[in-house]
Design a binder for this molecule. Structure first.
Ligand SMILES: NC(=O)c1ccc[n+]([C@@H]2O[C@H](COP(=O)([O-])OP(=O)(O)OC[C@H]3O[C@@H](n4cnc5c(N)ncnc54)[C@H](OP(=O)(O)O)[C@@H]3O)[C@@H](O)[C@H]2O)c1
Length: 300
């Protein structure tokens, strides 16, 4: 079975490595690289043969295509590969952010759009080399609701590759839940330079995080049901589990890269506007991180 992965960064390389153990993988990037193997070290130790390409037509025919770009690149990437998506291809997003699956649905038959969230932690080392820092669960479902044979087939591929996968009826709720967790932890760490766990140790930061959490939850429940009633507990659990980590948003700032703030807190602000809910804290965090982004981009 041929499986296409779009985005040869941390997540894309990781998936190419584990899926490439049993299937033909084509990894699509934008840079010409002499890549025919990928290697995962850390919690997973795997090396797989893959085909790397910068030509979207090499994706034809794929049974599944997985989007692994940053969320701000999703629209452009879908437009690029869309002519090579066959009527039988299941299209999956395992990215962070609220709107990836909605963007994909604008171009692909919704019966074939699979939403996903994954809590694995992967660090990019060099082309074809990633470090698997943290195990986690992956939730999959037809977007925004339900399951079907495409979801089942893809879940089976990941399970065969050794991943813990659960199929869920309301993937949109899970996507919202991860966005809320990221909206609480990522901008505060990006602005302060602190590791995730420190947010729990300081009362002012913890209180602020709690307010962001409830503001975000009040928007979310106007759009969908959340899987956990106590969303704050989930935010605290993730901050505790990843206490020693620098969040991906802080790492982006440190490297002078664009962050996913618009697709996380910014998306909550937009979702709030659509139901008449005020989101001053998410808007503040979005504005401050945009400013921080600008200053780190200018300093390199
Ligand atoms: N890393 C993790 O542990 C993890 C875990 C869960 C979820 N996620 C989410 O997964 C997504 C990807 O994260 P990441 O950490 O893998 O990011 P990343 O390391 O920055 O990788 C993104 C990759 O996408 C490529 N790309 C962008 N546009 C493309 C296009 N049109 N065609 C082909 N490739 C394209 C980029 O190429 P260039 O180098 O040319 O820019 C880059 O290689 C994000 O939404 C992230 O939040 C990440």
């Amino acid at each position: 079975m041929k499986i296409g992965i779009i985005g040869p960064g941390a997540l894309g390389t990781f998936l190419a490595g584990i899926i490439g153990q049993d299937h033909e993988v084509i990894l699509l990037g934008r840079k010409d690289l002499p890549l025919n193997r990928v290697r995962i070290s850390g919690k997973t130790d795997v090396e797989s043969s893959i085909q790397y390409s910068i030509n979207p037509s090499d994706l034809t025919p794929c049974i599944y295509m997985i989007f692994c770009t940053k969320s701000y690149d999703t629209k452009q990437a879908v437009e690029l590969v869309r002519p090579h998506i066959s009527p039988d291809t299941g299209v999956i997003s395992l990215q962070n952010g609220l709107n990836n699956e909605r963007i994909i649905s604008e171009f692909v038959d919704p019966e074939r759009v699979i939403g996903g969230v994954t809590s694995h932690g992967i660090t990019y080392r060099s082309p074809g080399e990633v470090f698997h820092a943290g195990q986690g669960y992956t939730y999959l479902g037809l977007y925004p609701k339900g399951t079907n044979e495409h979801v089942y087939g893809f879940a089976h591929i990941l399970q065969e590759a050794g991943m813990k996968v659960e199929m869920v009826d309301n993937i949109y709720g899970h996507i919202w839940q991860k966005v809320i967790v990221n909206a609480c932890i990522n901008p505060l760490t990006a602005l302060t330079g602190l590791k995730n766990g420190v947010l729990l140790e300081h009362r002012e930061l913890r209180d602020f995080m709690e307010k962001v959490c409830y503001e975000s939850r009040d928007v979310a429940i106007k759009h969908t049901d959340l899987p956990d009633d106590d969303i704050l507990k989930e935010v605290e659990r993730v901050a505790e589990m990843t206490a020693d980590n620098h969040s991906s948003m802080l790492q982006d700032i440190q490297r002078g890269r664009r962050t996913e703030i618009d697709c996380i807190n910014g998306a909550i602000v937009d979702a709030g506007k659509s139901v008449g809910a005020e989101t001053p804290l998410n808007h503040l965090l979005q504005t401050l991180v945009k400013g921080r982004e600008l200053s780190s981009l200018r300093s390199i």
